[in-house]
Design a protein around this ligand. Sequence first.
Ligand SMILES: NC(=O)c1ccc[n+]([C@@H]2O[C@H](COP(=O)([O-])OP(=O)(O)OC[C@H]3O[C@@H](n4cnc5c(N)ncnc54)[C@H](O)[C@@H]3O)[C@@H](O)[C@H]2O)c1
Length: 267
Amino acid sequence: MSVHELHGRKALVTGGARGLGQGMAEALARAGAAVMIGDVLDVEGAETAQLIGKTGATTGFTHLDVTDEGNWEQAVATTVSELGGFDILVNNAGIELSSLIVDIDPGDLRRMFDVNVVGTTLGLKHGLRAMRPGGAAGAGGSIINIASVAATIVFPGIAGYSGTKSAVDRITRIAAAEAGKLGYGVRVNCVYPGLVPTAMGMKLAVDMAELGLFPSAEDAVEAVVGLTPSGRLGEVADMADAVVFLASDAARFVNGTGLAVDGAMGS
Ligand SMILES: NC(=O)c1ccc[n+]([C@@H]2O[C@H](COP(=O)([O-])OP(=O)(O)OC[C@H]3O[C@@H](n4cnc5c(N)ncnc54)[C@H](O)[C@@H]3O)[C@@H](O)[C@H]2O)c1
């Protein structure tokens, strides 16, 4: 059972094959929503959808590279037709490529902006088009962008990534303003997760050591915990529960803002 009720809602979670996105998809389904997973990882994505389906929830998988506009059109159409609507979008897909600024590779930088900024913005474009009155789903909804504590703190080795997540933070607020002004009936918010030991989170710690910023990955993790008043790393469930809250009617007047789920690291 979830404290926030989402029965009858239809969600699309990008990057939902694994990590935080998988946890978010599972939590949305537990709260009663039907959930479509969109990811470039076809095998893992289909497996995750199957796993969620075993709990009795309505689920599906659609191939979605968030940088590709045609993929978005297809993913939204599949969500609407297979789930019977579309009123929750979680723009979770993202990548992180660490580097010192003095060594930054323009290709890596462009790739991060493509997935994290262009991908999220295309999600907003196609999500808002579908959810607004007259759209393919047309019943309004809630869009949640996954930014990062990296948008609110200064940490070495992640300049490009922090830039992309700061952009997501700003774009979130403009999307909420446009949606409100134009009567779309769609709330748009973002979440700033703290460090969570997913594949991405653990690689980041290893990168910090390789860049010579910390003696070891363990030291990097310890430094993050030391900067976190709650005294621990984040867990997948911490982020998933925040997404369920923002998707639900409990957050009906929460709009155009960012929710820090970081144990006060960014405070
Ligand atoms: N793990 C952390 O510590 C942390 C902290 C703050 C924010 N975040 C953000 O949370 C989100 C999820 O991170 P995670 O830790 O689960 O990472 P992860 O690498 O474990 O999972 C990311 C998922 O996104 C998918 N993906 C990547 N590029 C894609 C694309 N072009 N189109 C569609 N899907 C794509 C991957 O296939 C994967 O399933 C990311 O946006 C990340 O920046 C993570």
